[in-house]
Design a protein around this ligand. Structure first.
Ligand code: CA
Ligand code: CA
Length: 638
């Protein structure tokens, strides 16, 4: 080998080593994104909450950056998951309804599809909410190698469903029939699957998305969960006057804290601490749960600063600060300075471009979000020109410290100066017409009609929603509290009556039409609201089993807390032929907002075997009809 050749060889070897050396050095980091469902801004112990204990998250705050102005993209579960995954704000997002069934479109690019294209292994563990089984929105069509947990939000209400879902396939959970108790607590296998995903991908780069469901209700946690250890010396936990749901809620938050610890410990064990950016956050703003006279803003004060007493107005479901403010913490050792707080204003649509920049992957040009990686790294950061929200008829815009908020129905705008008025108490629109005008212009410009995905078949999606209560042939959903009953000596027995037809029923939560006449005030009929709501007029057609002299109708509204569907105006028809009813009703009447049995008595009795009840309006002006029981008063014809 000539001298020159040898030098060339050595040089190329050096270049080769440098190249691979640099590549190894500059491997993009792993990303872990933990999002707790419903966990509120002030429900963490480092924020001063005096009940809830979150030692691992508090430690994470000391090791990373905490944000004081992180916002949800929408104030409820499904829409915000779409904002997060697609980088679109609520005026451009495909999923805007919170019905749990609206899917992403097939053509939508998500964080996961971007990262996957960039060579990441992608896993999701928890609640998806951007499209049920059989739809264009399922996670495995949107970049996830694996997604394990719940696709549908109603399914996710139970921690004891008969099965979970992995890439659209059912994974049975032993000993469960839905509802609030069972043998397999669903959250454990979900977290376990996520930890295993991290282990399996330790030598690759990975994106582990943990949209975990606690502390969202139902408020169930096993008695032997390690989280309880933190509370064993707490007097309030022993107080029999405090409900178990409240205690469970605190323990569920601490369980989330424990999970954060498990993930961080695993990263350390695998030597991945410095190579992994870990996000911890909530999903929407806090709900004032467990309200009482003593705790008017909820037992844990999710929207009340425990140190200063300053409140955020509103909560989950609306666009005041209470509905949108979320906890947000990021840890990335040696990259993010430890123990810092940032008041940078951002929202969930910014997560996609931020993660894409961290991962060095492509994201679409038309995103509403922008990367805040510079802030994470302590660099110069440009601010949002504006933030935009909408949900139902509500709309809000923030520019600098100005926030304008309106309801499209009333079209009355309020303007708040958040630099002085974080509680949004003082409407300053009159003194700042120019500013309000500017924000209103943004609101009009940013709203476009939603273009959703679709379903090829809804059967499995409906099955998943039913699974909250067990398998698809299970029992009706029953109200457990005290109930009123219909009493009358001439009440036609429920056993004799049969339903001939009805306008609609809501299958997903088993509010079936037959429950209006089953003689059980704990079961409910509700007209269809999931997937596509059906409007008035609603009706039930009842076969009385024989000819009666019908003299009146009794009505029992649903006996739980809700008034949705309580009848107002009704028309009653009696006939001998289920196909033929006179054009004029036998009787008309109006019911009130009253949980007791209500009556409409006929001026004179009318003979017939069939009774049709037509419902024209609802006590709250809504579009539904519901009933715990309908009773019919009559004497058997001779
Ligand atoms: Ca939520
Ligand atoms: Ca009933």
């Amino acid at each position: 080998m000539s001298h020159m050749k040898l030098i060339k060889r050595i040089l190329s070897l050096i270049i080769f080593c440098l190249f691979f050396g640099i590549r190894a050095e500059s491997k993009e980091p792993n990303i872990v994104y933990i999002m707790s469902d419903e966990l509120a801004y002030y429900e963490l112990s480092h924020m001063g909450n005096s009940y809830i204990k979150t030692p691992r998250i508090d430690q994470m705050v000391k090791e990373g950056i905490r944000f004081t102005n992180a916002y949800a993209g929408s104030p409820v579960c499904a829409p915000l998951r779409c904002n997060l995954m697609t980088g679109k704000h609520a005026g451009h997002a495909s999923v805007r309804a919170n019905d749990g069934g609206t899917p992403l479109r097939e053509d939508e690019i998500t964080i996961a599809s971007s990262l996957k294209a960039g060579g990441y292994s992608t896993g999701g563990f928890g609640k998806w909410g951007c499209g049920g089984r059989g739809s264009t929105g399922v996670p495995e069509k949107h970049g996830f190698d694996v997604f394990f947990g719940y696709y549908d939000q109603v399914h996710a209400h139970s921690f004891y469903p008969p099965y979970l879902i992995k890439n659209s396939k059912e994974v049975p959970l032993e000993g469960n029939v839905g509802g609030r108790s069972g043998k397999s607590y669903s959250h454990y296998p979900i977290v376990e699957e996520g930890l295993n995903f991290i282990r399996d991908n330790k030598d690759k780069k990975f994106f582990a998305y943990f949209p975990i469901t606690p502390p969202h209700g139902m408020y169930d946690i096993p008695e032997n969960d390690p989280a309880w250890r933190l509370y064993k010396n707490e007097d309030w936990i022993k107080d029999p006057n405090i409900s178990q749901d409240i205690k469970n809620y605190a323990a569920m938050v601490s369980m989330v804290d424990y999970n954060v610890g498990q993930i961080l410990d695993l990263l350390k064990e695998l030597g991945l601490e410095k190579d992994t950016v870990v996000f911890f956050t909530g999903d929407n703003g806090g709900q004032d749960r467990f309200r009482s006279k003593e705790h008017p803003r909820g037992f844990f004060g999710p929207n009340v600063n425990p140190k200063s007493g300053v409140e955020y107005r509103g909560g989950k479901g609306n666009l005041f600060e209470g509905g949108l403010k979320i906890p947000f913490i990021v840890r990335w050792p040696e990259k993010i300075e430890s123990g810092i707080t940032s008041d940078f204003v951002f929202y969930q649509p910014d997560i996609f471009p931020t993660l894409a920049e961290i991962a060095g992957t492509e994201c679409p040009d038309d995103l509403d979000g922008m990367s805040f990686l510079p802030t994470l790294l302590g660099k110069e950061q440009e601010n949002h020109e504006f933030l935009y929200w909408e949900f139902g008829n509500q709309v809000a815009v923030r520019v600098d410290d100005w926030k304008a908020i309106s309801n499209r129905k009333e079209n009355v705008w309020a303007l708040y100066d958040l630099s002085k008025d974080v509680s949004e108490k003082n409407d300053v629109s009159e003194d700042n017409e120019g500013i309000l005008k500017k924000l209103k212009t943004i609101a009009v410009r940013e709203h476009t009609p939603p273009r959703t995905g679709n379903y090829s078949d809804r059967t499995l999606h409906e099955r998943d929603r039913w699974a909250k209560w067990g398998n698809s042939n299970g029992q009706p959903q029953k109200f457990r509290g005290k109930v009123n009953r219909i009493k009358h000596k001439n009440l036609i027995p429920a056993k004799k009556m049969k339903l001939v037809s009805f306008s609609s029923e809501n299958i997903s939560n088993r509010r079936l039409a037959k429950y209006a006449i089953d003689g059980d005030p704990r079961t409910i009929w509700h007209t269809r609201w999931s997937d596509r709501a059906v409007k008035h007029p609603h009706h039930l057609l009842i076969d009385l089993g024989a000819k009666y002299q019908v003299s009146g109708v009794r009505y029992l509204v649903r006996q739980d807390g809700g008034w949705n569907g309580a009848f107002a105006d009704v028309q009653l028809y009696v006939s001998d032929d289920p196909e033929k009813f006179s054009s004029e009703p036998t009787m008309t009447g109006k019911f009130k907002k009253d949980k007791k049995s209500q009556s409409i008595d006929f001026d004179e009795s009318k003979e017939g075997r069939y009774l049709k009840i037509r419902i024209l309006s609802e006590v709250n002006g809504g579009t539904w009809a519901s009933a715990a029981e309908i009773g019919i008063i009559g004497i058997l014809s001779q």
